[in-house]
Design a protein around this ligand. Sequence first.
Ligand code: SF4
Ligand code: SF4
Length: 392
Amino acid sequence: MPGNDSNQRCVTFESEQLQSLLDAVQGRGYEVFGPRVRDNTIVLDRLSSITELPIGAGTDQNNARFRLTSRQDQAFFSYTVGAQSWKRYLHEPTLRLWNAQRDDGGFKVDANQSLPPKQAFVGVRPCELNAILALDRVLLHGVAADSAYRSRREKTLIVAVDCGVAGGTCFCTSMGTGPRASSGYDLALTEIIEGDRHYFVARAETELGAEILEGIPHSVPTEAERTAAENVVASAAAHMGRTVDAANIRDLLVRNPSHSRWDQVATRCMTCGNCTMVCPTCFCTTTTDVTDLAGEHAEHCRLWDSCFTLDYSYIHGGAVRSSAKSRFRQWLTHKFGIWFDQFGQSGCVGCGRCITWCPAGIDVTEELAALREGNPPGNCPPIRKETPRGNA
Ligand code: SF4
Ligand code: SF4
């Protein structure tokens, strides 16, 4: 059963063997992506060696604040997430759907049929793993299933890493998504540093994951090593930067479209859309056409869009959500509320990115707490009974 440790292959390996693991993944034809330090932040990019990982890097995150810090050790995975999420490799920011070339007075149209390579994500955090599973629900299994997403997702191998350090804006424990990877991975690692010893306790959820572990020098975890792995995760859980009272949160939002807090937050929100761009579960898109100046070549592209843009809610005659208040309310109510009606789960995994990267320092946990204040719990009936299209 996925996520059940008793049925998982579980091993210990020393930190020097992490390169063997990377080699084993690459040797199976996967293009490997992972975290790296660039421009004083954590980015996701191609990875060929473990020396490219953010060794000894930590992060200091708060409202509108992200700083890299230096640790005293050589930890590979002690940073907390940067602005980029794995969404960019599954649901690309820009996707050319087709292009057309002028041809004998007409146009020859080519659909975008290039096949994506096999890709491996190394260092997927538990919240991010849950974000991928949330995207699966929408773009793999839902009525808005997307063939481009499917072609990438089906060729993706995931090496998750449990969190041993929580960021200042993290709240995965409130959303039930971390700090331990529970399922949805091929391999999950817990990084442990004890004095001079630096090692990993690893568990495999798939046959492929087990096969990879089998191929690298390892041992059976001792009781002490298993306990150390549990302690790493417990420490992260005990140091969450934020919390959210998630009880009846969907009903809280649905019952309060006229709360005065929406007016207050609207005085700060610049409708820049940063929160939606960094959010690992926001999936909305628009399309655009581009032609060259000679009119010989045209392209039809899909781009990430945001419910914070004025055009996003444009229908015949104008935008439905013309104010910052209505757009922020739409985003928060959809993310934490209407996702339940549409997809049976929250749209938030508690990664904290929207808090860190909001230039106005708006904090969703603070906004939700303010909405809850003086609001007794109560239920609201489902808004929709049928499964609607993906974009709300
Ligand atoms: S909440 Fe912050 S990040 Fe989101 S649109 Fe408003 S100002 Fe931009
Ligand atoms: S709403 Fe904010 S905290 Fe929640 S998943 Fe999106 S970016 Fe992360």
